[in-house]
Every structure is written in structure tokens, then in C-alpha cells.
Design a protein around this ligand. Structure first.
Ligand SMILES: Nc1ncnc2c1ncn2[C@@H]1O[C@H](COP(=O)(O)OP(=O)(O)OP(=O)(O)O)[C@@H](O)[C@H]1O
Ligand SMILES: [Mg+2]
Length: 577
């Protein structure tokens, strides 16, 4: 990953910022000198003209310094904000390219933290870097140079002080660096905990697990507090120690310098300027150590951002051989398909599946929970890629379609479905951006959703809250079906999508499908036999394999699993022949 990509477009700001800071540093170095000149020359010789001119020079310098300071802050901020904004755009774009398998690897919380907190950390670091990385060494060198040229003898004090300071600094950084790294990790941990608990707050409440969640939170929060205090301790102790050293140095300068002044070997002006330079040297050393300290946090963040950016997208259509092919008929064929979610695990979730579905058929898929129904249909729009074998749609390997064309032709209502915040109409238009009101109503009618939508005061303009929490489970399912129908897909997959809909309404949906989606292939995963009973073919699955394919009547005779499911659902009811 190249960071330079985020610097290049804003190189002017990246150059101008530090340049402005140099102007400020030059001012800081010159000021004490001018001041000492006023004392040494002007006051000594009672030369009012000289004092006036020098004062004017000082005012000019002060103005220049202000310009430099403002410019440095302005360009620094501009560079850092643009840098972060571009980076965020790219990381977000990268996450959008993630396949389902890629997404499985990261928690949502972790991705959010990376996109917000970590990138903000980098932004602050860039800003700080631009303002300090020339300023601190510039000040150090400038002040050192001035002090030494002004009074080499007195500057010997520095020969003692600087090594001591460097040792202290080294110790501070050595203890501070790992402590800040730990603190960063704890922040991350806390964020993930908060994210998980808040996104699932309804579940937490319904299981009355607030106490448990609070406990988890307290633990993470406590750990962060300890880590932060440990890290801050370094800063807390550093300051007074540095001040002490500074005071010692000043006293040494006052003592030796004072003697020189008394002996007439040093002008008073130089004496006060010298003290200022000493302070500046110390300040710049402190700035440098802050910079190092912050770089440890930035380093941790950059690693985490990089990890996302370097994540290998394991599913793409780069090598699609039939890029312009579209799903025309909706015929599906599985050839020796095997799949596992964890590539190093033994258990195959799908094992040697062979299956052919004709265009326009209605296919029911039934089987115990966890047997691989969702996994099987996920192979068709390439939500996951097969490990072995091939999935063909209209005789073309799904890997040969462009992802856009393939997914355009396959409408899928996922088992875990969500709506987005926005109006019902906005949500339906996910299926077709340009759908007219009449088209939306038509799709909603087929999905048996039109009735309840119109019963809302605002109708199709009813606002849905995040995740669609203000509609019932069954209503949500019907909205999701309508959304998929608007795509007019050649292949429509409903994964347990009417589980929360009553049987009468479900029958109406089925009828609508039969009449209005004649040409589309319909795959219906269901738990209830009644949902698939009338299908052209029913596929019975068990532990990743297909144990039976046939009509309801055929399977009732030939397939033991099917018989079992049938009888378990019919027990207590009158068994229809
Ligand atoms: N994203 C995933 N990562 C890892 N394992 C998974 C993932 N999704 C499903 N599995 C596992 O794969 C197996 C098949 O799951 P699948 O969702 O296909 O079952 P299903 O037949 O749709 O079940 P249900 O009727 O409950 O929806 C299960 O053992 C499940 O634990
Ligand atoms: Mg499922």
C-alpha cells in the first residue's frame, strides 16, 4: 500500500505547511537576539533611534511569525484533512468490494473503528508531523547555534545538560512507546464491545442481559483506564522532570553567566537572550519526544488500516470470460459442487452436489436446519465461490459472468434480511432505481405487501427506521420480496422468506408467483412442507448432500427424510391423502 498516493494530490500543502513553520522558527530564534541588541547597544549607548528601529524590526518579525504560524496551521490542517478524507474513501471503497468471505473475517465494530478512530489518529499525526517535524529540530539547531556563537564558554553548560536530557528522553520513549500501543489496543477492544452490544441492544434487552453486557463493558472500560493511566504516567512524570532539568540549567546559566556579567565579560542583553535559547532547546526536545510518542499510536493505526487495504478480495470477476453474457433463461446446473467455509476444516458444508433445474421451474428446497440450504443457493449469485466443481447458469459458469450481470439476473431474498432507513419506496427502488409508482405497486401486490403499505397513513412514503424496526417481521419479509421482484430476475431465490407470514398470505404470494413470474426460475427454501408442496420439484437436503429430488407425491413414497418432515408437521392435523 502506497501512502504517497494520499500525499501527492496535496503536495503543495505538505510543502507549504512546514515552510511556514520555518518562518515561525526563524522568528523565534531572531527575537531574543534583537531583544538583546536593544539592551546591549540601544540602552547601553542611550541610542533612542537604534531602540526604535530595532523595536520596529521586532514588530515586523512578530507579524511574520504570526503569518508563519497561521499558514503552518492552515496548510497543515488542509493537508491532514484531505489526506484522511481520501484514505477513508479508499478504505470504504475497499470494504465495499469485500466478498462475503472477506466480511466474515472482520467484525463490523472493527471495521467501523478502522474507518473512524484509526483514520482520525492518522490525520492528527499527519497534522502534528507537518507542524513539528521541521519546527522542533529547526528550533533545536537554531537555538543551539545562537547560544554557542553568542557565548561558547557558557554554552558548555549545554554539554552537560543535553546528554542528561537525551538519556531521560530515551527512557521516557522506551517506556512510553509500548504503553501507548497497549492503550490503542484497549481503545479498539472497548469500541468493538460497544459496537456489538449497541447494534444488538434489542437482543440484549429481550434476554435481560443488560447486567452481563455492563459487566463486559466495565471490564473493557477498566482495562482502558488502567492502560491510559499507565501511558499518561509517562507524560505526567516527564513534565516535572524536564522542568527540573530546565530549572537546574537556568540556575547554572544564571550562576556562571551572572559571574561573567559582573566581570564585564558578557553583556546583560546576551545574558537574557541566552536564557531564552536554553528554554527553546528544552522545548524542542520535549516536542520531539511528544512526536515520537504519538508516532507509536499512529503506527498502530496505520497497521490496522493497511490490513484492510491489503486484504485479498477472494472473489472477483476480473477473469470473467463472458463479460457481456446476461442471464437469459434461468436454467441452473450444479456439477460436483463441494464447499466449506473454513478451508482448513474437514467437514464439507456441501459435498458433491449434482443438480439440474430447468428454466421457469418452481423448486422447493427443504431439509433440517444447518444442512446447507442457504449455502447451496449462495453459490448461484456467487456470494461464495465453490471449492470444487462448477455452477452453471444458462450453461455458462457463474465465474464467467460479470458479477453485475449475474447478480442483476438473480434476485435473492436473504434469510437474514434488512431494510434501510428511508421511505418504503426508497427501499423498493433498490430493486429498480427507475421503478414507477405503478411498477412498485405491482411488485408489492405480488408480494402481498400493497395492502398493509396502503394502510399506513403515509403509504409508500412511510419512513422506515434503521433496519426496518417499525414494521412487523412478516411485513418486513414481504417488503423484501417486493424489493427482489422489482428486479424482474430470471432466477428468484427466496431463503425462508415467508417464515413469518401466515399460511393464507403465503398461499396468495405463491399464487401471484405462478401467474406473474411464469418465465422465472423460482427457488424456495422453506421449513414448512406446505410452502413447497406445489413446487414442480422438491429437493430434500441432509448434511450437505441431496437425498431426494421429486414432486411431493413422489417424495412421500420414496424419501424417508421427506416422510419424516411431513409426518412431524402433519401430526395432530388431519393427514390429507
Ligand atoms: N458464514 C459462515 N461461516 C462459517 N460457517 C457457516 C457460515 N454460514 C453457515 N455456516 C455453517 O454451514 C452449515 C450450513 O449452513 P446453512 O446456513 O447453509 O444452513 P441452512 O440449511 O440454511 O440452515 P437453516 O435452515 O437454519 O437456515 C452450518 O453448519 C453453519 O454452521
Ligand atoms: Mg438457511
Amino acid at each position: 500500500m502506497k501512502w504517497s498516493k494520499y500525499v501527492k494530490p496535496y503536495w503543495k500543502y505538505f510543502v507549504l505547511g512546514p515552510l511556514c513553520m520555518i518562518v515561525e522558527v526563524l522568528g523565534e530564534i531572531i527575537m531574543p537576539k534583537l531583544y538583546s541588541q536593544i539592551l546591549n547597544v540601544g540602552v547601553e549607548t542611550h541610542n533612542v533611534g537604534y531602540i526604535a528601529v530595532t523595536t520596529l524590526l521586532m514588530i515586523l518579525t512578530a507579524l511574520l511569525m504570526m503569518g508563519g504560524g497561521v499558514g503552518g496551521a492552515y496548510f497543515g490542517a488542509k493537508a491532514a484533512v484531505n489526506f484522511a478524507s481520501d484514505l477513508r474513501r479508499d478504505v470504504y471503497g475497499k470494504v465495499q468490494q469485500f466478498s462475503f468471505a472477506n466480511i466474515d473475517k472482520y467484525s463490523t465494530g472493527s471495521l467501523v473503528t478502522r474507518l473512524t478512530n484509526d483514520i482520525t489518529q492518522l490525520q492528527n499525526f499527519v497534522n502534528m508531523l507537518l507542524r513539528m517535524f521541521l519546527r522542533a529540530p529547526g528550533m533545536l539547531i537554531g537555538a543551539l547555534f545562537m547560544a554557542i556563537t553568542m557565548n561558547p564558554e557558557l554554552a558548555r553548560v549545554l554539554a552537560v545538560m543535553i546528554p542528561v536530557l537525551l538519556i531521560v528522553e530515551f527512557l521516557v520513549i522506551r517506556t512510553g512507546f509500548p504503553r501507548f500501543t497497549v492503550m490503542q489496543e484497549k481503545i479498539d477492544h472497548l469500541n468493538s464491545k460497544i459496537q456489538e452490544s449497541l447494534t444488538n441492544i434489542r437482543v440484549v434487552k429481550s434476554f435481560v442481559r443488560e447486567d452481563f453486557e455492563q459487566q463486559k463493558f466495565r471490564k473493557a472500560n477498566g482495562e482502558l483506564k488502567d492502560a491510559a493511566l499507565r501511558a499518561l504516567n509517562v507524560v505526567i512524570f516527564m513534565m516535572p522532570i524536564m522542568m527540573l532539568l530546565m530549572n537546574f540549567t537556568s540556575m547554572a546559566v544564571v550562576w556562571f553567566g551572572g559571574n561573567q556579567v559582573i566581570a564585564g565579560k558578557m553583556p546583560v542583553g546576551d545574558f537574557s537572550a541566552f536564557l531564552t535559547y536554553i528554554t527553546q532547546i528544552l522545548m524542542s526536545l520535549m516536542m520531539l519526544s511528544m512526536l515520537f510518542m504519538n508516532s507509536s499510536r499512529a503506527l498502530a493505526s496505520s497497521r490496522r488500516v493497511k490490513e484492510v487495504m491489503l486484504e485479498k478480495i477472494d472473489l472477483s470477476d476480473e477473469n470473467a470470460a463472458r463479460r457481456d453474457a446476461r442471464v437469459e433463461r434461468g436454467e441452473i446446473e450444479f456439477k460436483n459442487v463441494s464447499f466449506r467455509y473454513y478451508k482448513n476444516s474437514e467437514n464439507r458444508v456441501l459435498a458433491d452436489i449434482n443438480l439440474k433445474i430447468e428454466a421457469g421451474q418452481t423448486v422447493g428446497i427443504i431439509g433440517s436446519t444447518g444442512c446447507g440450504k442457504t449455502t447451496l443457493v449462495s453459490m448461484i449469485p456467487r456470494l461464495y465461490d465453490v471449492d470444487e466443481g462448477q455452477v452453471l447458469v444458462d450453461g455458462i459458469d457463474v465465474k464467467d459472468y460479470s458479477l453485475y450481470n449475474l447478480r442483476e439476473g438473480v434476485g435473492m431474498v436473504l434469510q437474514k434480511n434488512v431494510l434501510f432507513s428511508g421511505s418504503i419506496a426508497d427501499n423498493l427502488r433498490w430493486g429498480d432505481e427507475n421503478a414507477t409508482e405503478a411498477q412498485m405497486a405491482e411488485a408489492a401486490q405480488s408480494a402481498q405487501a400493497d395492502g398493509f403499505i396502503r394502510s399506513f397513513a403515509e403509504g409508500y412514503e412511510t419512513e422506515l427506521e434503521q433496519g426496518g424496526v417499525n414494521v412487523s417481521g412478516g411485513q418486513k419479509q414481504r417488503l423484501c420480496i417486493a424489493r427482489a421482484l422489482l428486479k424482474h430476475p430470471k432466477i428468484l431465490i427466496l431463503d425462508d422468506s415467508t417464515s413469518a407470514v401466515d399460511t393464507a398470505t403465503e398461499a396468495s404470494i405463491r399464487r401471484a408467483f405462478r401467474n406473474e413470474l411464469k418465465d422465472s426460475t423460482k427457488l424456495i427454501i422453506a421449513q414448512r412442507i406446505s410452502s413447497v408442496q406445489e413446487a414442480d420439484v422438491i429437493i430434500v437436503m441432509d448434511e450437505g448432500t441431496i437425498t431426494g429430488v421429486g414432486t411431493h407425491d413422489e417424495l412421500l413414497v420414496s424419501n424417508r427424510e421427506y416422510q419424516e418432515i411431513y409426518h412431524s408437521q402433519m401430526s395432530g392435523k388431519e393427514v390429507a391423502a
